[in-house]
Design a binder for this molecule. Structure first.
Ligand code: GLC
Length: 468
C-alpha cells in the first residue's frame, strides 16, 4: 500500500537551491513520485513561485507566527507542492543576505514559522508519514501534540538551528526535547522525537554516534541507534548523464568513454588554457564552505607545476574562502583557473566530463553528491576518507579489480596529497585509467534503490509510532 507522505524541506531543486540538500530532496521526491508514492512537498515560500491550479489554505497558528497561509498546487514535474506563505519568510536567498553572505538575523523566527506551518499542515492533512529534513522544519514536532509517524533525515549535523532559550517557552509540546545547554536546538528536538532517523550514508550513520563526528549530539544519536539507519543518496541520472547531457559537444557512455572524454577534455583545455597533451586536469565543483576542505585545494597550488597538473575550480560561498581561491589563481595563473562569481550549471557539467581527476577533500561529508556525479561522467574522484565518500568511492590501488577512484589513507593534507599523486600516476597509464573510469560509470547511482529503502523506513516508522 502506498503511504501518503508530507515531505518538508527548505530547499528543493530547481525551486530553491543552495547546496546538496536541494539536489537530494529533489531527486528523492521525484523518485518516490515515480514509484507511485503520493508525496506532498512543503517548502517556505521564498520567492512567490507560480503554481498551477493554485488554491490557498489558511492555517491556524499561534499569534507570533501568523497570519499564515499555504499555497497549494503543482509546479514543474511535481504534482503536489505546498508553499508556506507568511510576510517575512520570503527573501532573495533562503538563508543569507546575498551581499554579505551573513545569515539573516531573524532566521530563527523564519524557520520556527516554517516549522509551525508544517505542523499545522500535518494536523490538517493527516499524512501517513511526516518526513522532515535537517533543522529547518525540525521544530514542527514541538508544535504537534500527537505527531504522525515521523522520519527525520540528517543531511548534515553542521547546522542545527541553535537559537535562544526563549524559544522553548513558545514550544508547547515536549519542549525539553529541544533544550540544549543554554539554548534551543531544533535538530536535537527532532532527533529525540522522530520515530526513525535517516543519515544520508551508512558510514555517516556510524560517524555521528561518536564524539568526533557527532557535533555535540553523539550521545543522543547513540541512544537512538536502533532507530537510526544510513541510506546513501542517489543522483538525478536524468540530469547527470553524459549520454544525453546537452552541455557536452559529444555525448558518450561507458562503451565509447575514450572518445567522449577526449573531446570533453579538449574543450575544457581550450576554455581554460591548459596543455592538452601534458597537463592532468584536476576539477573541483564545490560550495566554498569550511566543510569542503578548501585549504587542501589551495594547499596543492605550489605542487601543481611539479605535478604537471592544472586545477580548474567552480565554486562560490563564504567570502574569505572565495578570496583564498582567487588569490591562489592570481599567484599561479598558468596552473589554476577559478570561476567564483556564479553557479554555472553547464560549466559544472563540462568540468565533470572534461577533468581527469575530481578533487573532493571534505573534512566531513555526510554523503556528498559531486563524487557520484564525477563517476557518472567517468572521472575518478580523489577524496578524503570521510562520511559517504567512503561508501561511494573504492580506492583503485587497494582494490585493483573494483576500484573507482582514490581515497586518502588519512584525513589530513599529507594523506590527500598522497592520494592525488596516486591518482596522477594511474591517470597517465591509459589502459588502467580506462578500466577504472568505465567501472565507475557502470554503477547505478540513481535514486531508484535508495528511494525503495526510504519506503521501507516509512513502514518501520508507522510500526514504531503505534508502540509510542
Ligand atoms: C548536505 C551534506 C552532503 C549531502 C547533502 C544531501 O549538503 O553536506 O554531504 O550529500 O546534504 O544529503
Amino acid at each position: 500500500m502506498n503511504r501518503r507522505v508530507l515531505f518538508a524541506t527548505a530547499e528543493l531543486t530547481p525551486l530553491a537551491r543552495v547546496g546538496g540538500l536541494a539536489e537530494a530532496a529533489g531527486g528523492l521526491v521525484r523518485s518516490l513520485q515515480a514509484q507511485s508514492v503520493p508525496i506532498t512537498v512543503v517548502m517556505p515560500d521564498y520567492t512567490g513561485l507560480e503554481l498551477t491550479e493554485e488554491r490557498s489554505i489558511d492555517l491556524e497558528v499561534p499569534a507570533w507566527a501568523g497570519p499564515m497561509r499555504a499555497r497549494r498546487g503543482a509546479i514543474n514535474d511535481l504534482a503536489d507542492v505546498i508553499l508556506i506563505d507568511r510576510p517575512g519568510i520570503a527573501r532573495p536567498h533562503p538563508y543569507v543576505e546575498p551581499s554579505t553572505g551573513n545569515g539573516w538575523p531573524d532566521n530563527d523566527w523564519r524557520f520556527m514559522c516554517f516549522s509551525v506551518g508544517v505542523a499545522a499542515l500535518a494536523e490538517l492533512l493527516k499524512p501517513d508519514v511526516l518526513h522532515l529534513n535537517d533543522w529547518h522544519s525540525a521544530a514542527a514536532l514541538g508544535f504537534l501534540a500527537t505527531p504522525p509517524p515521523t522520519v527525520l533525515t540528517i543531511h548534515t549535523l553542521g547546522y542545527q538551528g541553535m537559537c535562544d532559550a526563549e524559544w522553548l517557552n513558545r514550544i508547547p509540546h515536549r519542549p525539553w526535547h529541544f533544550a540544549w545547554y543554554d539554548g534551543c536546538n531544533p535538530l536535537l528536538g527532532a532527533i529525540r522525537s522522530a520515530d526513525k532517523i535517516i543519515a544520508v550514508s551508512p558510514n555517516y550513520a556510524t560517524e555521528i554516534i561518536e564524539p568526533e563526528g557527532g557535533m555535540g549530539l553523539h550521545d543522543d544519536l547513540k541512544r537512538r541507534q536502533d532507530d537510526l539507519v544510513g541510506i546513501r543518496n542517489g543522483i538525478d541520472t536524468s540530469i547527470w548523464n553524459p549520454l544525453t547531457d546537452p552541455s557536452l559537444e559529444l555525448n558518450y557512455g561507458p562503451g565509447d568513454i575514450e572518445v567522449g572524454k577526449r573531446q570533453a577534455r579538449q574543450a575544457l583545455c581550450a576554455e581554460f588554457g591548459a596543455e592538452l597533451e601534458n597537463d592532468v586536469i584536476l576539477g573541483v565543483v564545490s560550495r566554498l564552505v569550511d566543510q569542503k576542505g578548501v585549504d587542501f585545494m589551495t594547499g596543492l597550488a605550489p605542487f601543481l607545476a611539479g605535478m604537471k597538473a592544472k586545477l580548474i575550480l567552480l565554486g562560490s560561498g563564504q567570502s574569505e574562502l572565495v578570496e583564498s581561491v582567487e588569490e591562489m589563481a592570481a599567484n599561479h595563473p598558468d596552473r589554476v583557473s577559478v570561476v567564483t562569481d556564479r553557479y554555472d550549471e553547464p560549466l559544472a557539467h563540462r568540468i565533470f566530463a572534461g577533468s581527469d581527476l575530481f578533487l573532493m577533500p571534505s573534512r566531513f561529508e555526510p554523503c556528498g553528491l559531486a563524487q557520484m556525479q564525477a563517476m557518472a561522467y567517468g572521472t575518478s574522484p580523489v577524496v578524503t576518507p570521510v562520511g559517504g565518500l567512503v561508501d561511494t568511492v573504492t580506492d583503485a590501488d587497494k582494490h585493483r579489480s573494483t576500484g573507482t577512484g582514490f581515497v586518502a589513507e588519512t584525513n589530513d593534507f599529507a594523506g590527500f596529497v598522497d592520494a592525488v599523486h596516486r591518482g596522477l600516476r594511474t591517470t597517465r597509464v591509459a589502459a588502467r585509467r580506462r578500466l577504472i573510469q568505465q567501472r565507475a560509470m557502470e554503477i547505478d547511482w540513481s535514486w531508484e534503490a535508495p528511494a525503495k529503502r526510504h519506503i521501507e523506513v516509512y513502514e518501520k516508522a508507522i510500526q514504531s509510532s503505534s508502540k509510542r
